[in-house]
Design a protein around this ligand. Sequence first.
Ligand SMILES: *[C@@H]1O[C@H](CO)[C@@H](O)[C@H](O)[C@H]1NC(C)=O
Ligand SMILES: *[C@@H]1O[C@H](CO)[C@@H](O)[C@H](O)[C@H]1NC(C)=O
Ligand SMILES: [Cu+2]
Length: 234
Amino acid sequence: MISLKLVALAIGAFSLLSQTTAHYTFPSLVVDGVTTSPWVNVRMTNNYNTQDPVTNVSSPDLRCYDSATGATATTITVAADSELGIMSDGTMYHPGVVNVYMAKASCDVDSFAGDGAVWFKVYEIPPVTNGGTSITFPSQNQAGVSFTIPKNLPSGQYLVRMEQIALHAAANFGGAQFYISCGQIEVTGGGSGTPGPLVSIPGVYTGNEPGIKINIYSPVPANYTQPGPAVWSG
Ligand SMILES: *[C@@H]1O[C@H](CO)[C@@H](O)[C@H](O)[C@H]1NC(C)=O
Ligand SMILES: *[C@@H]1O[C@H](CO)[C@@H](O)[C@H](O)[C@H]1NC(C)=O
Ligand SMILES: [Cu+2]
């Protein structure tokens, strides 16, 4: 009896440990307030079971992290000027910043790879700095993000790419951890805006940006420069 109890305790401790050491993925969208099932409307990422981040900003996996799965997804319809959520499989427990990029598919989005300078930023969550006395990360410990699809975004099929850049170990080059996934959406009721600036992914980052190679602990940063282009809000 006692040994059984010990085994149960050990298993309990182990699952607690694996829970706190596991990272996270972004397998679901939230459309019309409904969270979609994992990996249905989001391309399954290479790390679907390891949850490991991308750390090489030059890797093709910085884009959609799907080189090994080769996954496509079911495209879901989202109205322009409505809320789109992107959910993790847990919480974004690392301190970090969020960028959401979109790219308009030049062909059917199922076969659209997102090559070239086609990506624009639609949303970001920077940290809050306070003159060097504190830095806080509003995305930390959140389950996901939610933003408005720009009203003037042209209708059509898009990849929507979530990125949280975790900065807890980012003091050295290659230390920042990129948690990434790409959903497939069809925007309806859009406008005639011209999204930009357009960037390539990979290519958008060198890894030496002050917001990517950064010690967030000591000294406490007095300011922060969000990586990537400005947000296009339509
Ligand atoms: C990062 O990715 C690029 C492109 O795939 C590759 O050439 C380079 O060797 C990688 N760097 C590391 C440190 O793995
Ligand atoms: C803070 O601002 C200074 C001066 O503009 C700049 O050199 C530095 O890179 C910024 N730090 C971050 C983390 O963006
Ligand atoms: Cu982690």
